[in-house]
Design a protein around this ligand. Structure first.
Ligand code: ADP
Length: 248
């Protein structure tokens, strides 16, 4: 959550705390098909974030009374591990935050998955944040898109997400944890790859209308790069099946 008062100096001589320029992504690594038992899976390492995603389904809807004869239910469970970060955040299990994040991530995929093709079923997306470093909801959306594609679940489009924020008066892409926690504003955004639909936009803090427009443009430019990495990860997985061992 962005705080309105910047207690920490986040930009010094035009450089961010980790030396990045304003429009530079943190190092991003995406692996596909990392779990044996899931129908689709992915691992995303993005800056200090480490997130693993397992997708199951379409499978029988449990409890059965929830099942829809018209479509598959998309379910999502985002969870932070107890060792995800070692700071003021003491609680990491189920919380209001994990409930909110599970909901907003689920809504992204409800708008993408061709759920009408699979009546009476459910599709489960499990996201475990092993290490958290700011931007876990956007990294989770990016990971889940790859895992769903790996599970062969038909979607209208792919999706990539990134947060853009403002700290020390400057707009900046892909906030790290301190920038997220102590910056002036934080706007996670998810773009679909082909249609450029905005599937998630949340905003903390304060921006002018002009700044918000620039934030959306920055996120759109970055989403093109992120999508290329997602596609590359999927391609690598299918080009080298079984030859590669996943390393964390
Ligand atoms: P996001 O991860 O999408 O940026 P927030 O803005 O809620 O979501 O959190 C910002 C960052 O603060 C997280 O990425 C994480 O590094 C840290 N954080 C927040 N809540 C927790 C928590 N309960 N346990 C561990 N770290 C947390």
């Amino acid at each position: 959550m962005a705080s309105s008062v910047s207690a920490v100096k986040l930009v010094v001589d035009g450089k961010r705390m980790d030396g990045r320029s304003a429009e530079e992504l943190r190092p991003l690594r995406i692996e596909t098909g990392v779990l044996h038992e899931a129908d689709g899976s992915s691992f995303v390492e993005w800056g200090g974030n480490k997130i693993i995603c397992g997708v199951y389904g379409p499978r029988e809807c449990i409890p059965r009374f929830e099942a829809s004869p018209y479509r598959a239910l998309v379910k999502c469970r985002y969870m932070m591990s107890p060792f995800a970060s070692l700071d003021e955040h003491s609680r990491s299990g189920p919380s209001r935050r994990s409930t909110e994040l599970s909901k907003v991530i689920r809504e992204v995929f409800e708008n993408l998955v061709l759920a009408e093709k699979f009546p009476n079923t459910q599709i489960d997306i499990y996201l475990d944040v092993l290490q958290a470093d700011g931007g876990t909801r956007t990294a989770s959306i990016t990971a889940a898109a790859v895992a769903l594609a790996n599970a062969g679940i038909p979607m209208k489009d792919m999706v990539s997400a990134v947060a853009v924020g403002k700290a020390d008066g400057q707009l900046m892409l892909d906030l790290g944890k301190e920038e997220d926690n102590f910056g002036q504003s934080d706007t996670p955004i998810a773009f679909s790859a082909r249609n450029k639909d905005i599937l998630l936009l949340q905003m903390d803090g304060l921006l002018t209308k002009e700044e918000l427009m620039s934030v959306v443009d920055m996120a759109e430019r970055a989403s093109v790069k992120i999508h290329a990495m997602q596609a590359d990860s999927l391609k690598r997985h299918y080009e080298e099946p079984g030859t590669k061992r996943f390393r964390m």
